[in-house]
Structures are given as structure tokens and as C-alpha cells.
Design a protein around this ligand. Structure first.
Ligand code: ATP
Length: 268
């Protein structure tokens, strides 16, 4: 059974213990489940790409070290890169800031036939922007409704949207940030700004809760993924994406003409 989305209008409360789930399932079983889902995803992506009529947008949000990069690698890594786009949203450039906040987002929405992944997204504009007071509340608060309308526009135009909040506990985040200091191959991932964000833990919790409560809609639902254990996180995300694609049921286009005639033309 895939993870249920946040029901529209629900008041979300994030509890540390919800970052864990399926604890009794052994690692080998989780690995087998992930393989099954990524195989199915691979087949569905092939048909989605060939059909070239609909797109799927996967939004990944989460605190630092929540596993956005790892999810992309493990769940979507096995897919055909030709049908996939990955866009990371960082601190906006001067050009991006000279436009409305959805400008850079809209131009990165996947085209028909593609699965597009957002590593961070327009939701930063109600998260870091809110917590760090980058704009006044009178500017960020109306964004919940603006975002819902923007996403409605996309879904009404053939984009299926799936939004994942990778939920980790403060203890797990500490372990992962410490690990970045122990491994020279991970030094580059450590950012002193992450320490400040850790101190703002409660302010972020409030911002995430309101984001999840106000922007989980029937068309573009949020999924709160228990992300303290990476194999669990991967299985949960892949299962939701597979189920959504199965509902879309993409189909390979039919024959390109009269097959017998085409064969005869090739054999002449
Ligand atoms: P990890 O989660 O693995 O630590 P990361 O996603 O934090 O990696 P970075 O390049 O270090 O990758 O971070 C991107 C930064 O850009 C984040 O701190 C994020 O809050 C910030 N950012 C993204 N969008 C906006 C925005 N609209 N306004 C201000 N800051 C933003």
C-alpha cells in the first residue's frame, strides 16, 4: 500500500518519531522492494516518453541532509536519462530576483513525455524566505494560494505533480552532518549555513507544517516521507511514483503505418 498523501485542509503536525517507519522490515527486503519498483518505473517511463503527451513533476523538499540527492540517485538513477530532467533551486540569482518567484520554476517544468525532478523548489519561497524574513509576511503569505493556483494550471495542462517532504529527526540530521565532517569526499557538502538552519529548527518546523497544511491539494498532494532510514525513504518514494504512473497508464503509440507495406518497402 503506497503512503497516503496529506489530505487537503488537514492541520499537519510534524513529530520527530514520524521520521521512522517500517522499522521491522529488514534491509534486504527493502532493497528487493526498491528493485521491483525501479524496474516498474523504468517500464512506465519508457511508455510516458514514447507517448509524449503528459509530464510528471516530482518536488523534493526537506531540511539539510534530509536525503534529496540520495533519493534522486537511488530512485531515479536507474531510469533512462533521456526522459528525465533534474533541476536544483539555489539562492536566486540577480536575474531570477528581477522576475516573479515562479518565473524560474515555470521554465523548468518538465515537457510532455518527461519526468522532471525539483531538488528544492518554489516552496523555498514560503520556507527560507519566511524564516529568514527575506520579504515581509504580506508578501509570502499570499503565496500559498498563488502556488495552489499555479499548480492547478499545470495539472490542468497535463502535468501530474507529486510533492515529497523528506522528514528527518534532529538526531538523524546531526549524525549525517557529522558524517560530512568525517569523510573528505563529503566535505564539500558541509555548509556553515546548515548550522544556523539547525538552530532555527522550530521556526522551520512551523513553516513546513503550514506549507504542508495549506498546499496539499487533490491535484498536487504532499507526501510526508519517513526519511530517517534511507532504504525506507527510497521504497516509500518509489512506490508513490510508480502508483501515480500506473494510474496515468501511459501507452506506446500504435504502429507507424501499415506494417506489411512498411516491411515490404524495407525489403525491396
Ligand atoms: P543539502 O540539502 O544536501 O545540504 P542543499 O540543497 O542545501 O544541499 P545548497 O546548494 O547548499 O544545496 O543549498 C541551496 C540553498 O539555496 C539552500 O540553503 C536554500 O534554502 C537556498 N534557496 C533555494 N531557494 C531559495 C530562495 N527562493 N530564496 C532564498 N534561498 C533559497
Amino acid at each position: 500500500m503506497p503512503l497516503a498523501p496529506v489530505p487537503p485542509g488537514a492541520q499537519v503536525r510534524l513529530r520527530d518519531e514520524d521520521a521512522q517507519h517500517l522499522d521491522d522490515v529488514p534491509k534486504t527486503e527493502l532493497a528487493a522492494r526498491l528493485r521491483t519498483f525501479t524496474d516498474r518505473l523504468d517500464g512506465l517511463q519508457g511508455a510516458l516518453h514514447a507517448e509524449a503527451k503528459r509530464a510528471v513533476l516530482v518536488v523534493l523538499q526537506g531540511r539539510d541532509a534530509a536525503g534529496k540527492d540520495g533519493t534522486i540517485r537511488r530512485v531515479f538513477g536507474p531510469l533512462d536519462p533521456q526522459g528525465l530532467t533534474v533541476t536544483g533551486f539555489k539562492v536566486p540569482s540577480a536575474l531570477e530576483l528581477s522576475h516573479d518567484y515562479l518565473w524560474r520554476i515555470h521554465r523548468s517544468v518538465p515537457a510532455k513525455g518527461e519526468i522532471g525532478i525539483f531538488n528544492r523548489s518554489h516552496y523555498e519561497d514560503v520556507l527560507v524566505v519566511r524564516v529568514d524574513h527575506l520579504v515581509p509576511e504580506t508578501v509570502w503569505r499570499p503565496r500559498y494560494e498563488q502556488i495552489n493556483q499555479f499548480e492547478r494550471l499545470l495539472t490542468e495542462n497535463g502535468v501530474t505533480i507529486l510533492k515529497f517532504f523528506l522528514h528527518i529527526s534532529p538526531a538523524e540530521q546531526r549524525e549525517r552532518l557529522l558524517a560530512r565532517l568525517d569523510d573528505p569526499a563529503k566535505y564539500w557538502k558541509f555548509d556553515e549555513g546548515d548550522l544556523r538552519k539547525r538552530e532555527q529548527w522550530d521556526a522551520y518546523t512551523e513553516a513546513y507544517e503550514e506549507m504542508l497544511s495549506r498546499t496539499s491539494t487533490a491535484e498536487a498532494p504532499w507526501y510526508i516521507v519517513p526519511a530517517d532510514r534511507k532504504p525506507v525513504r527510497n521504497v516509500v518514494v518509489s512506490e508513490v511514483v510508480v502508483s501515480a504512473l500506473e494510474r496515468l497508464a501511459p501507452r506506446y503509440p500504435g504502429p507507424p503505418g501499415e506494417l506489411e507495406k512498411l516491411r515490404a518497402a524495407l525489403l525491396r
